[in-house]
Design a protein around this ligand. Structure first.
Ligand SMILES: [Zn+2]
Length: 407
């Protein structure tokens, strides 16, 4: 697709949004430059929504309908008479707390997870054997934990292995927006990490194996090693260049996926631009690989499911604002000695410089943190749920089409 040609916002570097510079690389724009650019955008920054302060309805993105948050299930208030309990009742209550605690730990990565309304049967625990009044007295504040496992389809000869790559991390914050006082209001690095944690838990519930290029908000090549083996590290970078640093970092991520023998690589990003205009989502893929068709299929699925899920959260783009599924040859990737014609994460081998990923995959840019409306969606539980659900459904549909075969 080439809907980007219809964009009428200024694009100093042709059509590539800022964020793509981070998983490709450019010599002409350092992160410190970008930071100062962003700090100068005070009008934008002043309105920056802050994830922890945001409440649905308080500053809805323009064009979206106000909608109340999902009801949080609560146990009934305890009644005075339930405070008189037999020893048996107390034991039952203790068992209940133990049971729910174990469940809570088992779901350790469910941090920030927004549960979808579920028609699945209730969790089979000791809780079900305790009469309602005692249940309320024992654990008035505990919420039900959804531990429902989804069986793998019979066509799968083994569990799929998915490599999730939340972009950026550590010093590299990805796209960030700041309050007037310079405090980050929203950082891509953390946004995509939280999405990845949520997605990892959901895929594991489906019996998938998941490997993450990073589990925390750090770089993958945290020690600054020469990972791609070209004899160069960040120490060899010219001023204002992150070339070697980025090459080693991206190679670290590719290596994580390759070492895990993953079936699919999902690089998770949030977009950003130097002005607040651009909005929406896009997916990028590399055609020029042995599995180029599968790359295109996954990029197309990710796009379609983002569109579907965001629409359910009242985020609907006019057709002319759809950014589309984009082959990376249309991106304005700076080339040095014609080495880089593709994004490194999904691109082919560059002898002596890049060892390619061995599996299909795509790069997803889910909304623009630089756009006020998009940023508000990114900040809400509903918005994040839509994005993570889109990833989940795209991955599931991909493997329904290409069931994993025994290795
Ligand atoms: Zn990014």
């Amino acid at each position: 697709m080439s809907d980007w040609r219809k964009d009428n916002f200024p694009r100093p570097r042709a059509r590539l949004p800022l964020d793509a510079e981070d998983w490709s690389w450019h010599e002409d724009r350092t992160s410190s430059q970008r930071e100062s650019d962003l700090n100068n955008r005070t009008a934008l920054d002043r309105e920056a929504p802050r994830a922890e302060n945001y409440r649905p309805g308080s500053s809805r993105p323009p064009g979206t309908k106000s909608k109340s948050g999902r009801p949080v299930p609560r146990m009934p208030k305890s009644r005075p008479e339930t405070q008189v309990r037999s020893k048996g009742m107390t034991l039952a209550g203790t068992l209940l707390i133990l049971g729910l605690t174990v469940l809570a730990f088992a779901g350790g990565k469910l941090f920030g997870r927004v549960e979808e309304p579920s028609t699945s049967p209730p969790v089979e625990t000791v809780a079900q054997t305790v009469p309602a009044p005692q249940l309320a007295a024992a654990a008035p504040e505990l919420k039900p934990v959804d531990e429902t496992r989804i069986a793998l389809p019979a066509t799968f000869e083994r569990p799929p292995i998915v490599c999730l790559d939340p972009g950026h991390g550590g010093e590299d914050r990805g796209f960030a927006r700041f309050f007037e006082n310079g405090i980050p209001a929203m950082e891509e690095s953390m946004l995509v990490l939280e999405q990845a944690w949520d997605l990892e838990a959901r895929l594991q519930q489906r019996g998938y194996k998941v490997v993450m290029t990073r589990e925390t908000d750090t770089a993958v090549n945290v020690d600054g090693r020469d990972v791609n083996g070209d004899g160069r590290t960040a120490a060899h970078d010219a001023p204002r260049s992150n070339r070697n640093k980025n090459l080693d970092e991206l190679q670290s991520r590719i290596n994580v996926c390759n070492t895990a023998d993953a079936d699919l690589l999902v690089s998770m990003h949030v977009n950003g631009y130097s002005t607040g205009g651009p909005h929406g989502f896009e997916t990028w893929f590399t055609r020029e690989r042995p599995f180029g068709d599968r790359n295109a299929v996954f990029a197309t699925l990710a796009y379609a499911h983002l569109k579907e899920q965001l629409a359910k959260a009242d985020y609907v783009l006019p057709a002319e604002d759809e950014r589309g599924v984009l082959p990376d040859t249309t991106a304005d990737v700076q080339m040095e000695h014609s080495l880089f014609r593709h994004f490194i994460m999904t691109g082919p081998e560059v002898p002596g410089v890049v060892t390619a990923s061995k599996m299909p995959g795509a790069i997803v840019e889910a909304l623009f943190a630089s756009n006020d409306g998009d940023a508000a969606v990114l900040s809400t539980p509903e918005g994040r749920n839509a994005i993570v659900t889109a990833y989940e459904h795209a991955i599931v549909e991909y493997f329904e089409r290409y069931p994993p075969e025994a290795k």
